[in-house]
Design a protein around this ligand. Sequence first.
Ligand code: ZN
Length: 255
Amino acid sequence: MKLCHFQYKETVYWGVVKNELVFPIDNFSDLAERENQIKLTESFDIASVKLLPPVTPSKIVCVGRNYAEHAAELGNAVPKEPLLFLKAPSSIVTEGESIIIPKQSNQVEHEGELAIIIGRTCKNLSDADDPLENVFGYVCLNDVTARDLQRADVQFTRAKSFDTFCPIGAFIENDLDVSDLRVTTKVNGVIKQDGRTSQMTFPIPLLIIYISKQMTLNPGDIIATGTPSGVSKLNEGDICEVEIEGIGVLKNPVN
Ligand code: ZN
């Protein structure tokens, strides 16, 4: 099922997307419970609504160097356990909104990634748990990075957290086997990154268990699972598109 968060006139809704229609559903506190309570009655033409970022997370947890070829292209070794960092939730934009290049950087790059949206509070998961039970769904995400500042600062916070540096797809796909999906990123229609989720050093179930042992994951939290090789510089006027098989395309202009 494809879900979205949208505004129609003055009201904000959650919705189920079918063909070109969006069916509003009740607002629930627990994302994972929504599916059971859906009654599809009235609908809006998707072109008539304003799509909003799908969630407002308490944190965006990112995984660095999770594809060996990407670690190598930046001159880094593959880590022995997942390398985690955080992106500020204030960096989120959604489909169609601009990525703004800050004047502090001369090397802003795209990182197309599969992202997980957490549906249930989870902490200290063990190998006996099924970590995917805690997933609400999956979205396209662009982990936009000021590469020059990342190198200069060593800490990733500033390089990853400028406003607009976290475009997230407006549509959440909640019924998908994500173990082997194609992830591509295009700039102005040219493929720059082309990988498969099966190439991750640390696969998604392992990542969820590992992160839950470091910090409590809350409903709406996002895990960005790392980027394939082929990252490249974005320039004003570019159009950047992250596409994931089974989820769709996230398209953002660069300004
Ligand atoms: Zn990344």
